[in-house]
Design a protein around this ligand. Structure first.
Ligand SMILES: [Zn+2]
Length: 429
């Protein structure tokens, strides 16, 4: 299938800065971008999408979420992380089945696609169901099964299940399988050592919560001889350039230096951290130390949506405000975090840009609403004035998943029915 995006304003990276090119043609052949600029004579488009009045961008990457947890959206409000986990999340998770995780994940993905995300990094149980939902939705995804001591005691063959899942999706270019030690407070050193050993045998991305709360940091210092959660993970060999460190709300300066030295990717989740009263990650300091940073929504149970553009806006405003310096997090730095920063760590290195040969993970933003006027700086408008509902088309690997209100891969009526059925069961049990 050949698709031509015509008369597009596209975002390109030139050095450290993003710039807009006007009136471009971008040709997609099957799963890849074939050309940017004028179409070659031999290119015949099966479909032409006129992008006048819009922006053509790489899709957003959501680098930390727990998809099926969106079934808990709106439940258990106004609690800190630990009581929220213990009283709201964990009792609910005990009721999960393969089926409920599948529909919960698909609900999350429907929302993500609508908000312009083309790729997500998921940590959850029943990961086979989450992977099936990703396949159905057409999204690109890193699926990382959660490991905790508790889960391992319930399913001693959990590691074998992770390996089997990795085997199953080995030849699927849209799905990567990693592993997610939940945190150092739910995984013993012995469990973490086992995970490191497994990763030595079969290298795969590692996805872990780190220093989400001050209490987690303090407990780690007390329990592990003055080591922070990141230092504990690093000593066990789990911090490297395929590691995604979610939250890092209470990172020390040593942590930033260590993360930068290992080229690990920090995933900043500002709204979840605010809502659970966990704090504000010292992102500006991390950036100054050269840490690679991506953005994640965390689950819709603690956020409560999957809107990556809104997340990025919070990230920028919070750092400017708390640092007392509006020059931190300039536009280019912000967009780098949602377009490209986590992709290599997630195992997807050939997407996240509009360039010939790159995977065609693209979104079109409709800029016809009045909040886009005047058209002085469309990038500024995108970050500070636009809404993710202005996304009019979402494409992954050359396949259109959503266009002008219509999903191509998800039956939303069936989704609504199944979600309601599951919630009715959960509330009864
Ligand atoms: Zn999380």
């Amino acid at each position: 299938m050949n698709i031509l995006f015509s008369h597009a304003r596209i975002l390109r990276k030139a050095g450290d800065a993003f710039t807009l090119l006007q009136d471009c043609a971008v040709g997609v052949q099957d799963d890849r971008i074939l050309f940017v600029g004028q179409p070659p004579a031999r290119f015949v488009a099966d479909r032409i999408i006129d992008c006048r009045g819009g922006l053509l961008l790489p899709g957003f990457v959501n680098a930390h979420t727990h998809s099926p947890l969106c079934l808990l959206r709106g439940a258990g409000e106004d609690r800190r992380l630990q009581p929220w986990l213990e009283q709201s999340v964990w009792p609910f998770e005990a009721k999960h089945t393969h089926d409920s995780c599948y529909w919960g994940a698909l609900l999350n993905m429907a929302e993500s696609i609508r908000c312009g995300a083309t790729c997500l990094n998921d940590m959850y149980i029943h990961s086979d169901a989450v992977a099936e939902a990703a396949e159905q939705s057409g999204m690109r995804a890193l699926i990382t099964p959660t490991i905790t001591d508790q889960l391992l005691s319930e399913s001693p063959d959990l590691f074998t299940q992770v390996q089997a899942l990795a085997q199953k999706y080995q030849s699927n270019p849209l799905i990567q399988i990693g592993i997610a030690p939940h945190s150092i407070y739910t995984c013993s050193a012995q469990t973490l050592r086992q995970i490191a050993k497994l990763c030595e045998q079969s290298p795969m991305p590692v996805h872990v919560h780190v220093s989400e709360t001050r209490q987690e940091l303090l407990n780690s210092l007390a329990r592990y001889g003055g080591n922070t959660p990141l230092q504990v993970l690093d000593k066990l060999g789990l911090v490297h350039n395929n590691t995604l460190l979610a939250h890092c709300t209470h990172f020390t300066e040593e942590d930033s230096l260590l993360a930068a030295a290992r080229d690990a990717c920090v995933v900043h989740c500002p709204r979840s951290n605010l809502k659970l009263g966990s704090g504000i990650a010292p992102m500006a300091d991390m950036l100054a130390h050269g840490v690679r940073i991506a953005i994640g929504t965390d689950s819709s149970a603690s956020n409560n949506n999957q809107d990556i553009l809104e997340e990025l806006r919070f990230a920028a405003l919070l750092q400017k405000g708390t640092q007392g310096d509006p020059s931190v997090l300039p536009l280019s730095k912000c967009f780098e975090m949602v377009f490209r920063a986590p992709l290599a760590a997630m195992g997807f290195s050939d997407c996240g840009m509009i360039a010939a040969g790159s995977q065609a993970d693209l979104i079109v933003i409709d800029t016809s609403e009045v909040c886009w006027l005047p058209d002085i700086d469309p990038l500024s408008n995108l970050l500070y004035a636009a809404h993710s509902t202005h996304v009019s088309l979402t494409m992954v690997a050359g396949k259109i998943l959503y266009e002008n209100g219509t999903y191509q891969t998800i039956d939303v009526d069936q989704l609504r029915f199944e979600v309601q059925k599951i919630i009715t069961r959960f509330l009864k049990e």
